[in-house]
Design a protein around this ligand. Structure first.
Ligand code: MRU
Length: 341
């Protein structure tokens, strides 16, 4: 099942990930504002999935246009694209997908052609996402051996993409090849993408998984319980990989223990025109730390710092697996060389 898709009645449908694991519910967005809200509130989340959702958001905007003037329609689509761009700042896939869809839609000469181009572009990105994840999986599974215990952080699985996943896609591909893999999933405070989503989707596929809290990762590595770590990425710049907050700490500990630390990401996650200091890290609402569900777990007036992502310097990463190849050792030149393929 796809995480996000186009409904032929002219709506974007997606799994509402805020309700998992207790409820699997599909929500229907009929207006671009609803898609923007879904991205902002993490109903749909994960770098590739929010990119595709935004591309469908542009198609939705085109299909909702009721006038007959292509120029006026294009102005509305540009406004929708701006709204979608304003939802989350860190994952670059979002901006790549919006730019890709917008550029093609704006080449249309008539209302009907603009609609067709916008939807075709979004469908192309959705199908490409699955094809690319399969390639990442095939290439990355070579790095895994039968019996490996693989730790992952956050959710870089089918829920974070259209299907299959990047980090979890590698584990799925290894298992498809007959390798037995066990996963250790960190809960990923404060929004618990690891405990709510990664464990849920792995159990759906009968992949063995053990849940730990984020602060247990050092202990399990020191105990020799982790053979490899694979995570996804939200943006890969010249000198660092941005991913869910906590990734950096796991990478430092992995380096200390000599455990390979892999990043799996499509080429649309690369942004080699930027360096670490150029990237905006999303800071989320203080309530995410003050409440756990409905229960208050901190004083209401406490100072809160809640960055959603961190940056891991390239020297802590053993390899980046992208659909165009495995990058190791990781240098800016080598990244550029692989991306040119
Ligand atoms: O805030 P989220 O849940 O959107 O963060 C997601 C992550 O950090 C993932 O690891 C990343 O997007 C890669 S998904 C293939």
């Amino acid at each position: 099942m796809r995480t996000v898709y186009w409904n032929k009645d002219g709506a974007v449908e997606m799994i509402d990930q805020t309700l998992l694991p207790s409820e699997l519910k599909i929500i229907k967005c009929k207006r671009v504002e609803e898609v923007a809200e879904a991205i902002k509130s993490l109903r749909v989340r994960g770098a590739p999935a929010i990119g595709v959702a935004a591309a469908y958001g542009i198609a939705l905007c085109a299909f909702n246009y009721r006038g007959e003037d292509p120029e006026e329609m294009k102005k509305e689509i540009v406004k929708c694209a701006d709204l979608l761009r304003s939802t989350r700042p860190t994952a670059v896939n979002l901006f790549h997908a919006i730019d890709f869809t917008l550029k093609r839609a704006l080449t249309g000469d008539s209302v009907e052609e603009i609609k067709r181009l916008a939807l075709e572009s979004a469908e192309f990105l959705a199908n490409e996402d699955i094809r690319i994840n399969r390639l990442i999986g095939e290439m990355g599974q070579e790095l895994l051996e039968d019996g490996d215990r693989v730790m992952t952080h956050c959710n870089a699985g089918r829920l974070a993409t259209v299907d299959w996943g990047t980090a979890l896609g590698i584990i799925r591909s290894a298992m498809e090849r007959g390798k037995n893999i066990e996963v250790i999933a960190t809960e990923t405070r404060p929004l618990n993408q690891g405990s709510r989503l990664t464990t849920w989707e792995l159990l759906e596929d009968d992949i063995p998984v053990t849940l730990i809290t984020d602060s247990m990762s050092g202990y399990v590595m020191r105990r020799g319980l982790v053979d490899k770590i694979i995570v996804g990425a939200d943006r890969i710049v010249r000198d660092a990989v941005f991913n869910k907050i906590g990734t950096y700490s796991h990478a430092v500990i992995a380096k200390h223990h000599g455990i390979p630390f892999y990043v799996a990401a499509p080429s649309s996650t690369f942004d080699l025109e930027r360096r670490e200091e150029d990237v905006v890290i999303e800071e989320r609402d203080r309530r995410e730390l003050i409440y756990c569900g409905d229960r208050q777990i901190a004083p209401l007036d406490v100072n809160v710092f809640n960055p959603a992502f961190d940056a891991t310097p390239l020297e802590l990463i053993s390899a980046i697996i992208c659909e165009k190849g495995i990058i190791s050792p990781i240098t800016e030149e080598r990244m550029r060389e692989v991306l040119r393929k």
